[in-house]
Design a protein around this ligand. Structure first.
Ligand SMILES: [Zn+2]
Ligand SMILES: [Zn+2]
Length: 367
């Protein structure tokens, strides 16, 4: 359910126009993308506030809204592209003019570029140890040929004849006045008679760039590195957006990761489990000797302190956790069988609670 426009702006239904404008200005400043660092919830809120104000801020639309409530046709405001030139920017420009002095056209407003996402796949060790990584990114930027005007070098854009440079047109639909983004100029307020060939008149081109990123030790799957200023370039000299590098870490055949701990499964024979042994285990930092005490059970866990992964935040190191599994052979020789039977018979004598050996118990089960 959509909230009612008065609730969104936090004003009573009989609020004066000036109070609506004041409430909107306060909220818009609070949730403006330039101030909230691309926070998604704020962005949604900002759109909501603008939608509410595009209706309540206009006396004609407001009275229709009061009369028809939710059946009021919501005006398309081109909200999809929050950083692009659209009708609501004009709206903001209008309200903000009191703050910044003078009316600005959307064409000249500084607008921050969009944030861009890239996925970077790392080998397990690279993520654990950190690495300097070079990779290519694509982002939109100002067309160098026309300096972003969209006009062929040596020519200039003209004021749009359809909207007179306002970027939007009003028309009547029944008793409603509907405002739409100008189709001829897409809200820019300009027409380009001779388009720049490099950008087809858009003023923007896709740019490819190689960047070097320092991946700190300890990044994990789905970690996001934010690289400031490497998103899309801004409009009219506005700042560039940020690049969000999403880390994907490949699986390792031996090591598994659980936060900062490394988990390794080790398989030992039952003889090793019973008699004990000293075995070599792989760690991230080379081989280590691990003493398996006599009488080790399957599922027992040994910890090698500080042989895990450093935290990218505070440099604390995790541990390596070794899980022991006793491997039961599927095929044994007659000689092995003979020795095991003998072993079992002797075991019966020493067994505390079993008068019967393993083989007898199994036989009993099937009788
Ligand atoms: Zn161009
Ligand atoms: Zn126009």
């Amino acid at each position: 359910m959509k909230r009612n426009y008065y609730e969104i702006l936090g004003v009573p239904r009989d609020a004066a126009d000036a109070d609506i404008k004041k409430a909107y200005r306060k909220l818009a400043l609070q949730y403006h993308p330039d101030r909230t660092n691309g926070d998604k919830t704020s962005e949604e809120k900002f759109k909501e506030i603008n939608e509410a104000y595009s209706v309540l801020g206009n006396p004609d639309k407001r009275s229709s809204y009061d009369m028809y409530g939710d059946n009021f046709e919501r005006i398309g405001t081109g909200h999809e592209d929050i950083f692009g030139g659209s009708i609501f920017e004009d709206l903001i420009g209008d309200v903000f003019s009191d703050f910044f002095g003078g009316r600005r056209s959307s064409r000249n407003r500084k607008v921050r570029g969009k944030d861009v996402e890239a996925v970077l796949e790392l080998e397990f060790e690279q993520a654990v140890m950190g690495i300097e990584k070079e990779f290519n990114i694509k982002r939109t930027g100002v067309c160098d040929a026309c300096s972003g005007t969209g006009a062929k070098p040596g020519t200039k854009p003209n004021t749009c004849r359809t909207c007179g440079g306002a970027g939007q047109v009003n028309y009547r639909q029944g008793f409603l006045t509907v405002t739409k983004t100008c189709r001829v100029c897409n809200g820019s307020g300009y027409e380009i008679p001779d388009k720049c060939r490099d950008c087809s008149g858009t003023g923007r081109v896709l740019k490819e760039e190689t960047i070097k990123v320092h991946i700190p030790p300890g990044v994990d799957n789905d970690s996001v590195l934010r690289i400031q200023g490497k998103g899309s370039e801004g409009y009219n000299g506005g700042p560039a957006g940020d690049l969000h590098v999403i880390i994907k870490v490949k699986d390792h055949p031996v090591f598994k990761r659980d936060g900062q701990d490394i988990i390794v499964d080790i398989f030992i024979s039952y003889a090793q489990a019973i008699l004990g042994d000293a075995i070599k285990v792989h760690t991230l930092y080379g081989e280590e000797e691990l003493k398996i005490p006599a009488g080790t059970d399957s599922g027992e866990v040994f910890v090698l302190k500080h042989k895990g992964v450093s935290s990218p935040y505070d440099k604390r190191k995790g541990d390596q956790i070794i899980r022991i599994h006793i491997e039961v052979p599927k095929h044994i020789t007659d000689r092995q069988k003979e020795l095991l039977k003998e072993f079992d018979e002797i075991s019966r004598i020493y067994s505390k609670n079993n008068s019967k050996g393993v083989f007898d118990k199994v036989k009993d089960l099937f009788q």
